[in-house]
Ligand binder design. Sequence first.
Ligand SMILES: C[S@@+](CC[C@H](N)C(=O)[O-])C[C@H]1O[C@@H](n2cnc3c(N)ncnc32)[C@H](O)[C@@H]1O
Length: 193
Amino acid sequence: MVRLSMSAEVHQFLSATIKPGDSVIDATLGNGHDTLFLAEHVGEEGHVFGFDIQAGAVNNSLKQLVTHQLDHRATLMMKSHVYMADLIPEQFHGHIKCVMFNLGYLPGSDKSVITLPESTLSALNIALNLLAEDGIISILAYSGHPGGADECSAVKAWASQLPRDGYRASVIDLLSSHRSPPEWILISRTQML
Ligand SMILES: C[S@@+](CC[C@H](N)C(=O)[O-])C[C@H]1O[C@@H](n2cnc3c(N)ncnc32)[C@H](O)[C@@H]1O
C-alpha cells in the first residue's frame, strides 16, 4: 500500500499542471521542499519566485536549490508574501501559473513564527491578480498549532466567497487519519474576469 502525505498529493497534482516555461510562486519557502519541486518542473525557461519572512527559511531553500544545481531557476526573497506584486517584475503579472501557500510555522524552528490570517488573506487576494488565465492557487492549511484552525477557517471562508463565474474553489480534507493533517484548498481560475 502506498501512503502519500497531503504534501506529496499536492506535488502529484501540480506536476500535471506546471509545464516547462511556466512562472510560479512559492509564497512560503520554509525548508524549500516546495521550491525545489517547483524549480524541477518549470524547466530552464521557467522561473520560481519565493518568499519567506525568516532568513533560515530562505537559506534552507537556497541550499536545496544549490544542491540540485537549480538555483538559477529561482529568485528567493526574505520578504512577506504581502509584497509579492511589488517585488515580482510587472511582465510576469497575469502570467503566473501557480502560487503555492504552505501555511503555519517553519518545521524545526521557532513555532511562534507563523502565517497569520490577515496577511495570508491579503496575499491570497494579491495572488489572484497575478494569476494566468489558467492559473491555480494551492493552499495547505494546518489546524494542529495555536491559531492554525482560525487561519484554516478564514482561508476556506475567503475561498467560498470567490465569484463562481471566475474561480473554482475546492477543499480536500483527509478523513481517514488519526493525526491532524492539513486541509488542501485549491483555487482554479476558470476565465478572465
Ligand atoms: C509550513 S512552512 C512552509 C513549508 C515549505 N513550503 C516547504 O516546502 O518546506 C511556513 C513558512 O511560512 C513562513 N511565513 C510566515 N509568515 C509569512 C509571510 N507573511 N510571508 C512569507 N512567508 C511567511 C514561515 O516563516 C515558514 O517558513
